[in-house]
Design a protein around this ligand. Structure first.
Ligand SMILES: O=C(CO)COP(=O)(O)O
Length: 288
């Protein structure tokens, strides 16, 4: 049984329009404007894989069954995107890049622009992942600007936020999350192609998953923040997904939480059968 929706926000409309996935010219899927909370699962492969393992993973994923009302994107390293695009079943899975440059094409050695991703038919990009924030020095401002640029180029954006353990234990969690969200709110005008991923840093790759209550508390707070700054209608439709040690054993309980609209999965997305089970955990909330 689903938990009761937070009393601070109006019920999210079940009658809203479904997400429409339009086949692109080369048979790939494009993100259309999303107008309600269709369960969303992302597989972030990070900097993992080889030609052989990617081939195996794609075969495993293609063999799996994804509930019709669940939207799934897989995010391989750039170098494997073309192979995955050609071989992953586009009826079940769309693609996301793990990052993109902050502006258009130009003299930016080693970067890939949002325009190039859109040109190649990659419909989504993950931005602001904590690994990029911590290891590549991406600030809130950079993540906000990258997000607005990617959206303007036609991509859907999975924007990541999350606090460290020190910040949580030190009482700075809400300040940190608010600042991360504010930077997005300041830059993003149209939220219809944005998914927010709450990924507490202490849960990423550690095996320590947030409890359903911890995740729900933050998701409700993020939604309330969006309601305050963007209006209840935008907040109500926004997908807020959870990431951090999600696996096929803990996903079902998390998925039942009122404000958890999906997952961003790291390690478990590298195992086809486990990832498929995680996708299936959204079936209870799947939209037609
Ligand atoms: O960072 C993550 C997804 O973006 C989560 O990683 P894990 O699922 O490996 O904890």
């Amino acid at each position: 049984m689903l938990a009761k929706r937070s009393a601070t926000l109006p019920c999210r409309s079940a009658a809203a329009k479904p997400v429409v996935r339009v086949p692109a010219s080369r048979g790939r899927l494009q993100v259309a404007c999303s107008s309600h909370a269709k369960f969303f699962v992302g597989g972030n492969w990070k900097c993992n894989g080889s030609v052989a393992s990617v081939r195996t993973l794609v075969d495993e994923l293609n063999a799996g069954s994804v509930p019709k009302g669940v939207e799934v994107v897989c995010s391989p390293p750039y170098i494997y995107i073309d192979y995955v695009m050609q071989h992953l079943d586009a009826q079940k899975f769309a693609l996301a890049a793990q990052n993109c440059w902050i502006s258009g094409n130009g003299a930016f050695t080693g970067e890939v622009s949002a325009e190039q991703l859109a040109d190649f038919g990659v419909p989504w990009v993950i931005l602001g992942h904590s690994e990029r924030r911590a290891l590549c020095g991406e600030t809130n401002e950079v993540v906000g600007k990258k997000s607005s640029h990617a959206l303007a180029a036609g991509l859907g954006v999975i924007a990541c936020v999350g606090e460290t353990l020190e910040q949580r234990n030190g009482g700075a969690m809400w300040t940190v999350l608010d600042a991360q969200m504010k930077a997005l709110v300041d830059e993003i005008k149209d939220w219809s192609k944005v998914v927010v991923a709450y990924e507490p840093v202490w849960a990423i790759g550690t095996g320590v998953v947030a409890t359903p209550e911890q995740a729900q508390e933050v998701h409700a707070r993020l939604r309330a923040f969006c309601a305050k700054h963007l209006g209840a209608a935008v907040a109500d439709k926004l997908r807020i997904i959870y990431g951090g040690s999600v696996n096929d054993a803990n996903c079902a309980e998390l998925a039942l939480q009122e404000d958890i609209d999906g997952f961003l999965v790291g390690g478990a997305s590298l195992k086809g059968p486990a990832f498929i089970k995680i996708c299936q955990s959204g079936a209870a909330k799947a939209q037609p």
